[in-house]
Design a protein around this ligand. Structure first.
Ligand code: ATP
Ligand code: MG
Length: 499
């Protein structure tokens, strides 16, 4: 049998009295794509941070190429040949692609200690070719590239270090369909070159497409390692949540009521065509399209986060004036953003404040002092309802796992008693079990007489949970289909037509 490149044994890690890792064992073979799967908060990112020297472990051993090693710092990890692509990219948008690739390890011109620009550009071009990209990108400022290409720059950085193991923590969660395909090809190619990959993902289809073996983490333990091709996602889910998942999409049908929310001649940018849209009570409307189709821009303009060029917003037959988010909230609009880090949460404040943040008024008594007990009660209710873990409302938002942060963002808006809910990629980064909880909440909102609009790039989710799908493409609506008539092909066609 081939010897493992990396072997971890009995890793333990606690934060105060939160025991996060309680005996993790697994190994990675050379040239293998090894998937880590587990619920939100199971400890995947923590494990990765230990392997890359960002956190120290409490107990356990790490073997690298058969030798026991200690990884104290990110530099030590790099020196061994471990590189990481974190979810939040580590790039500088103002610098060019090649400058980013060589950041911190500039090639010096031996005599004068000057940077050898020409050499760096050439090397960067080689790397871009190896990654299937146009070499001309080397001198383009990174900010001009899409997220997918920015992520490739991170991979190029790993290649320049001659990494033997590249760790990718949910790398596809913010990429568009095409970018995702491109990343899959690169993963295939790296595997062929003998580079090992640890791949974290909540997307089961992608695990099937890419993974060689999968290790399931549950509640801080590694439950089992299985060959991907000989096992089924249902088995993984069962190991991961400890029970089988009956229904992936718990869609409930309600009677379609009156129009509750409309856009009339709504124009985001002067150069775009005006948008007309009616959303009825009793239905969930899905907004589909490629990343960059203008869905988030539309939502931001509705919410008053960006200025719009023209048109009206009508709620229950009355035009509402919205020029800023405050007015949108007062008009009963909730916007659950896709970018939880920069828009959704105050990372250095505790969970109870974050949950109540969008509706502080509700907690202000006659004296205008905040009723903290009431806030805590409310926060506790949502922690329970949405199974936010750990269930500690005093913990700062930063210290929750990615998926649990997303649940906090949703709870924050549920707390406002809004009337119109616009969800932007609500289940991104959320594990399969928790997704079902989010869908149930949407059902509940519709049942309670709210308007629900869901922007999602996950087509099965739209087809599984919505009553109607609206497809956007370069700022326009190119299809409006009742779900019974919508197929994956039709939606894709409308999303790509004319591109
Ligand atoms: N710096 C920290 N301080 C306190 N607790 C932390 C810290 N970092 C992580 N945790 C806790 O460790 C647990 C595991 O978090 P981790 O981020 O590893 O989960 P994950 O498996 O990556 O989840 P997700 O799928 O949501 O990304 C969580 O309960 C989290 O709150
Ligand atoms: Mg994580």
């Amino acid at each position: 049998m081939t010897k493992p490149l990396l072997e971890v044994k009995e890793i333990y890690k606690s934060f105060a009295n939160n025991h996060v890792l309680k005996g993790v064992n697994f190994n990675v073979l050379p040239g293998e794509v090894h998937v880590l799967l587990g619920e939100n908060g199971a400890g995947k990112s923590t494990l990765i941070k230990i392997l890359t020297g960002a956190y120290s472990m409490d107990k356990g051993t790490i073997h690298w190429e058969g030798q026991a090693v200690k990884i104290h710092t990110p530099i030590e990890a790099m020196e061994l040949g471990i590189a990481t692509i974190y979810q939040e990219l580590n790039v500088i948008k103002e610098l060019t692609v090649y400058e980013n690739i060589f950041l911190g390890r500039e090639v010096k011109n031996s005599k004068m200690g000057l940077l050898n620009r020409k050499q760096m550009i050439e090397k960067a071009q080689d790397l871009l070719i190896r990654l299937g990209q146009n070499p001309k990108l080397a001198t383009v400022p990174l900010g001009q590239l899409g997220l997918g290409q920015q992520q490739l720059v991170e991979i190029a950085k790993a290649l320049i270090l001659e990494a033997k193991l590249i760790i990718m923590d949910e790398p596809t969660s913010c990429l568009s369909g095409r970018e995702v395909e491109q990343l899959y090809k690169i993963v295939d190619q790296l595997r062929e070159e003998g580079i090992s990959i640890i791949f974290i993902s909540h997307r089961l289809e992608e695990i099937q497409r890419l993974g060689d073996r999968i290790t399931i983490l549950r509640d801080g333990y590694s439950v089992e390692t299985l060959p991907v091709s000989e096992t089924k996602p249902d088995e993984w889910i069962e190991l991961m949540v400890g029970r089988s998942l009956e229904e992936k999409f718990p869609k409930k049908q309600f009677e379609r009521g009156d129009v509750g929310f409309s856009l009339k001649g709504f124009t985001v940018e002067a150069s775009h065509a005006p948008i007309d849209l009616d959303v009825h009570y009793g239905e969930i409307v899905g907004l589909s399209g490629l990343v960059g189709a203008g869905r988030t821009e539309l939502a931001r303009a509705i919410f008053g986060a960006d200025k719009r060029a023209g048109g009206k917003i009508v709620i229950d037959g009355k035009e509402v004036k919205i020029t800023n988010p405050r007015q949108a909230i007062d008009a009963g609009i909730a916007f659950i953003t896709e970018d939880r880090k920069s828009e959704g949460l105050l990372l250095d404040l505790p969970l109870d404040i974050n949950v109540c943040l969008a509706n502080m008024k509700k907690f202000a008594g006659r004296t205008k002092l905040l009723n903290l007990n009431k806030m805590k009660e409310q926060a506790k209710r949502y922690v329970k309802e949405m199974q936010i873990r750990p269930n500690n409302i005093e913990l700062n938002a930063r210290n929750f796992s990615g998926g649990n942060q997303q649940k906090v963002v949703i709870a924050k808006w549920l707390c406002t008693n809004a009337k119109v809910f616009i969800f932007d990629e609500p289940t991104r980064g959320i594990d399969v079990g928790a997704k079902v909880e989010v869908y149930r909440l949407m059902n509940k909102l519709v049942e309670e007489g709210k308007i629900v609009i869901m922007i999602s790039s996950d087509l099965p989710e739209i087809l599984g949970m919505c009553d109607r799908v609206i497809v956007m493409n370069t700022g326009r609506i190119t299809a409006d289909l009742p779900i019974a008539q919508a197929t994956q092909e039709q939606v894709m066609k409308a999303a790509t037509i004319g591109l």
